[in-house]
Ligand binder design. Structure first.
Ligand code: SF4
Length: 227
């Protein structure tokens, strides 16, 4: 079937978006950066982190789960939206225990990179310092619950050979935490552990025996601030 295109406007710039695309996808196709954390390549959108909030008319909506429509006028780069996103990033930091200097993902971490990009210094919210565990019993993967931002990227993107999900969530509210399918622990092979570490935007999933694989200063955001 032939692809249909529709005209939308982002920050005053008219672009042609593919019908059915999300705002984030359309913007990306035209080199417009809308920040994201839970969004990942070809995974279906989850809309969990909300840092891709944009403004349409008087409404603030998530760009990853909102499809484009004809004539849509979108605001992306405004002071209010930057402040809103910065507040969300700050919330993610105070809600967990991130401790960047001791994290293997430092320099490759999407949350840390956004914090730098949005000029986060001291968060406007108090740190909660929750008591969370580090799970180290798995043969190939360390689960650092202190750093999980519940983006669901591991749940959506890391599957066993037969297609079933390896990761899931248990409990609710502030006690919610990521876990692996205990009925099939063998599904978490060395290869899937590496995939989990790569897909996780922060340092919550660390493949064992990968410490300092790349020295600090040569990591993704050390050499390219926008990734
Ligand atoms: S472990 Fe990582 S990928 Fe999975 S939900 Fe938490 S932050 Fe997201």
């Amino acid at each position: 079937m032939e692809q249909s295109y529709i005209q939308i406007t982002i920050d005053g710039r008219e672009i042609m978006a593919k019908e059915g695309q999300s705002i984030v996808e359309a913007a990306r196709d035209h080199g417009v950066v809308i920040p994201t954390l839970c969004d990942f390549k070809s995974l279906p959108p989850a809309g969990t982190c909300r840092v891709c909030m944009v403004q349409i008319g008087g409404r603030i909506v998530p760009g990853c789960t909102t499809p484009v429509s004809f004539g849509m006028v979108i605001l992306n780069d405004t002071d209010d939206l930057r402040n809103l996103r910065k507040g969300l990033i700050e919330m993610l930091f105070v809600e967990g225990n991130h401790m960047c200097p001791t994290c293997e993902k430092s320099g490759n971490c999407e949350l840390q990179n956004l914090a730098y990009q949005y000029g986060m210094l001291v968060p406007r919210f108090p740190f909660l310092f929750p008591h969370r565990k580090i799970e180290s019993h798995l043969p190939h993967l360390l689960i650092e619950h202190n750093r999980c931002i519940q983006c669901l990227r591991c749940v959506r993107g890391v599957k066993a050979k037969d297609g079933h999900e390896i990761f899931g969530f248990i409990q609710r509210g502030i006690n919610i935490r990521v876990t692996i399918d205990s009925t099939d622990p063998d599904a978490l092979t060395e290869e899937t552990a590496q995939k989990a570490m790569d897909i996780c935007p922060v340092g919550a999933l660390i493949k064992k025996k990968t410490g300092f694989k790349l020295p600090i200063g040569k990591r993704r955001y050390d050499v390219n601030g926008n990734g």
